[in-house]
Every structure is written in C-alpha cells, then in structure tokens.
Write a protein that binds this ligand. Structure first.
Ligand code: HEC
Length: 98
C-alpha cells in the first residue's frame, strides 16, 4: 500500500510540477508563434487589414486571459489551437503581451 502511495505521489509530481513551477517563456512563445500564427497574423504581427487583425498592440487591447482563451478556443475565422498545451499557450501569450 505504502509503495503505491509513493508511486502515485511521484507520478503526480512528475506530471503536475513542471507546469506549476515553470515560468512563462516569451522566447519559446516566439518560436511557437512563428510556427503556428504567422500564416495569418504575419511574422511582424501586422496581420492583414480586413482579414486578420494585427497583434502588435494586443497587450493593450486584451488581457492575458482573453488572449489565451482566443488561442485555445479560436472564434470568428480564427481556428482553435486545442493541440497546444497550457504552457505553450502561456508562452505565446507572454510573447504577444510583451
Ligand atoms: C487561419 C488563420 C489564423 C491563424 C493561423 C491564427 N489566427 Fe488569430 N485570428 C484569426 C482571425 C481571422 C481573427 C479574428 C477573429 C474574430 O473575428 O474574432 C484572429 C484573432 C486573434 C486574436 C484576437 C485579436 C483581436 O484583435 O481581437 C488573437 C489574440 C489571435 N488571433 C492570436 C493568434 C495566435 C497567438 C495564433 C497562433 C497560435 C493565431 N492567432 C493563429 C486568424 C488566425
């Protein structure tokens, strides 16, 4: 019984601790942005007027929570990025809001 408990705790720590302890990483977010978002929002984040909104001043228009929700759920013509992990979404949002 005791072994099971220790194993369970070790597994919990291994799966939960990194997400809880690691910080948002704007540099990782920039890479994720480059591979997931540039097609529509552009490498310079200028978007395409009339089709894709610019994200250059997004930190002034949206809260980090709203940005993260937009990435994970999409909306309008923006596809949901449900395959990204919470950490990845946090990283992208810290890159954008920087
Ligand atoms: C297929 C094209 C496409 C891709 C790829 C895409 N977006 Fe979007 N995005 C859009 C469109 C279109 C909108 C406007 C949606 C609307 O009308 O609400 C939008 C809106 C947004 C908004 C809200 C902007 C605002 O002014 O309301 C954010 C933030 C955003 N996208 C971030 C991202 C991020 C981060 C990625 C990469 C993970 C990404 N988008 C990838 C098309 C895209």
């Amino acid at each position: 019984m005791k072994t099971t408990l220790i194993l369970t705790l070790a597994l919990w720590a291994a799966t939960h601790a990194p997400a809880a302890w690691s910080k948002d990483d704007p540099a990782a977010g920039a890479k994720l942005y480059a591979s997931n978002c540039t097609a529509c929002h552009g490498a310079d984040r200028a978007g395409m007027p009339g089709a894709f909104p610019a994200l250059t001043d997004i930190g002034k228009r949206m809260t980090p929570v709203q940005i993260k929700e937009k990435i994970s759920k999409g909306g309008g013509l923006m596809p949901p990025f449900s395959h990204l992990s919470q950490q990845e979404i946090d990283d992208i949002s810290s890159y954008l809001a920087k």
